[in-house]
Design a protein. Structure first.
Length: 222
């Protein structure tokens, strides 16, 4: 699946103003990402290697739903074909939350989803491709019900420990790529990039990676 149409990128204040038309406030996205930052702090060296990433991902989803559903009857969420969707059917959009690679949040970058994605994600991306490329036919069904004319967004975030910041964007995927047998989102119709959030005052332990083997000493009481 590929789309060679020109990309549209909005940054900073332009991105903030642009997502409003979809009924999304940037403050809601920022609060969700900050929840992920704070949740990482709860992970320790005794936890599983994937624990920090899993905690952050879950916290961002929870925070996004809290921010969007509070005071609004239009937003809701569902779990469909293994995907955690936050959606606004009145405005015709879904939001998926996922971590991205180091190009996330960079104007000149072309980010990819950090982790490989399955068939359900590929179908959602295909729906975007079909929506913006009418000559292509992609089956627009996920689960038991079609979600016709729905735009599928991704809230993509990346924890940059070198620059001590988290970058994030709300973007519309329209293509995937495969490498070494693994499929990732790799093409975007539109990207709405927001100001990075610094780690300062977030009390986040700075670690380049969470894959190190923890070292600890057991002291027996006499």
């Amino acid at each position: 699946m590929s789309n060679q149409a020109p990309r549209t990128v909005f940054f900073g204040d332009d991105a903030v103003a642009s997502v409003i038309k979809y009924g999304i406030k940037e403050t809601a996205l920022q609060a969700a990402v900050e929840d992920g930052l704070l949740e990482i702090r709860q992970s320790t060296d005794l936890d599983a290697k994937t624990d920090p990433g899993s905690r952050a991902w879950g916290a961002v989803i929870r925070g996004l739903r809290r921010e969007l559903l509070t005071g609004s009857d239009e937003w809701n969420f569902s779990f469909v074909s293994g995907l955690n969707l936050t959606h606004n059917k009145a405005n015709g959009l879904n939001i998926l939350v996922m971590s991205g690679d180091k190009c996330t949040g960079l104007i000149d970058g072309n980010p990819k989803s950090k982790n490989p994605k399955g068939a359900a994600t590929e179908v959602l991306v295909g729906e975007n491709y079909e929506l913006f490329n009418a000559e292509k036919v992609v089956t627009p069904i996920v689960g038991s019900e079609p979600v016709d004319s729905m735009i599928n967004f991704v809230l993509l975030y990346f924890f940059d420990y070198g620059n001590k910041e988290v970058r994030y964007e709300l973007s519309i995927p329209d293509g995937m790529s495969q490498s070494a047998g693994k499929t990732r989102i790799a093409s975007w119709k539109e990207r709405y990039i927001f100001q990075a959030i610094p780690f300062v005052n977030k009390v986040l332990p700075v670690k380049e990676e969470f894959n190190d083997t923890p070292e600890f000493t057991v002291i027996r009481k006499e």
